[in-house]
Design a binder for this molecule. Structure first.
Ligand code: FES
Ligand code: FE2
Length: 378
């Protein structure tokens, strides 16, 4: 798991007038709206004696710890320590880590890292959002598996034939093979491919969008370690552009938000069917991903036998190595060894400017980036 990327913490709809506890990258966060409705995300551990801020109350622009009532604003600053009385001087070191938040596409994203704004990899953009002739559905679900396995599943052109009866034929055609992958590079944060395969007609209510078996054009790629775009062009005019935003809960669990944009069947009455169909496909992927072993991808590529259809998965793994080289990978083994003894914080941008923090920064695997590698990684 990596710091310094945007992670989807919750939906705009779910974040109402109560604070939410959200787990990401193996750590807890509190997400809450302040008095003008803006979303905020803080490390969940109170700097006093470790209270869980998300179990507290929202007071104006602050979240109040349930244990002794300390109040923290959306920037992480402590505004009130009731035991000191009303006019107390509040030491700066009481602050908690606060993370940049962007609310868009019906989701609340937090930037879990310490990069300054100009250096941050952006959220995967949805150009169709709000455009005439497009309509969105949003759904979400958990997978008991590693998020990299889930992203790799999205980059895998060879599973459709076998995992999805809506996209393939279960291998009945003896001449079946994966066609050429047309690689689409979009460095520095991602890469993908387009590929054409034989697929059945659209089922059910959307049948008229694609009435016969035939070539289906699909493009897919990753953006950062945890986001995937998939464009399904069912016919010349019926397009589904899907965006997966994944939040690793920890190394062995992931929460997935699936935003599906469509340019046909624009009436609201098709939303429920769209969601149901997407979930049918997602559940098929989930079943496979939850049984993959090892749960995490192996540390060396010799422990799996890769074939040309796995090309983009290998490209994804290579890109992860570039972020390893930057020192962005969390040292999960170390976190696990100290579990129960140390409360960590994902470093926030303010740590680059201010010294004096109560919580330790989460252990990171030191990068070995040479200047050339850093340049290549953007
Ligand atoms: S632990 Fe939060 S106020 Fe004491
Ligand atoms: Fe799939």
């Amino acid at each position: 798991m990596y710091i310094n990327f945007w992670y989807p913490m919750t939906t705009s709809e779910e974040l109402a007038d109560q604070p939410l506890k959200v787990r990401a990258l193996g750590q807890d966060f509190v997400v809450f709206r302040d008095s003008d409705g803006s979303a905020n995300c803080l490390s969940n551990t109170c700097t006093h004696r470790g209270g869980s801020l998300s179990s507290g109350k929202i007071k104006g622009d602050c979240i109040e710890c349930p244990y002794h009532g300390w109040q923290f604003d959306g920037e992480g600053g402590c505004h009130r320590i009731p035991s000191l009385g009303p006019d107390a001087n509040i030491p700066g070191r009481t602050r908690v880590d606060a993370y940049p938040v962007e609310e868009k596409y019906g989701l609340v994203f937090a930037f879990l890292g310490d990069l300054d704004a100009a250096e941050r990899p952006p959220v995967l953009a949805v150009p169709e959002w709000g455009q005439d002739g497009w309509r969105a559905t949003l759904q979400h679900y958990d997978i008991r598996g590693n998020y990299e396995r889930s992203i790799e599943n999205g980059l895998d052109p060879a599973h459709n034939e076998f995992v999805h009866d809506t996209h393939g034929f279960g291998g009945v055609d003896e001449a079946y093979k994966v066609n050429e992958l047309r690689i689409e590079n979009s460095p520095p944060w991602g890469q993908g491919f387009w590929h054409t395969f034989n697929a059945p007609p659209l089922p059910g209510q959307m049948k008229e969008g694609r009435t016969q078996s035939g070539d289906l054009d699909v493009g897919t790629g990753h953006h950062g370690p945890n986001q995937v775009w998939t464009y399904i062009h069912a016919s010349e005019t019926t397009w589904f552009h899907q965006y997966l935003y994944e939040r690793p809960i920890d190394d062995e669990h992931v929460y997935v938000y699936l935003l599906c944009m469509r340019n046909s069947f624009l009436e609201e009455k098709y939303d429920a069917y769209m969601i149901e169909r997407n979930q049918y496909v997602a559940d098929q992927d989930k079943t496979v991903i939850e049984d993959l072993r090892p749960v995490l991808t192996p540390a060396t590529s010799t422990k799996e036998f890769m074939v040309p259809a796995d090309k983009v998965i290998l490209m994804y793994r290579d890109m992860l190595k570039q972020w390893d080289a930057k020192g962005w990978r969390i040292d999960s083994d170390c976190v696990e060894r100290t579990s129960g003894k140390v409360a960590y914080a994902i470093p926030s941008p303010a740590r680059r400017k201010q010294k004096g923090w109560v919580l330790d920064v989460i252990p990171l695997i030191p990068g070995q980036a040479s200047e050339t590698q850093l340049k290549a990684a953007g």
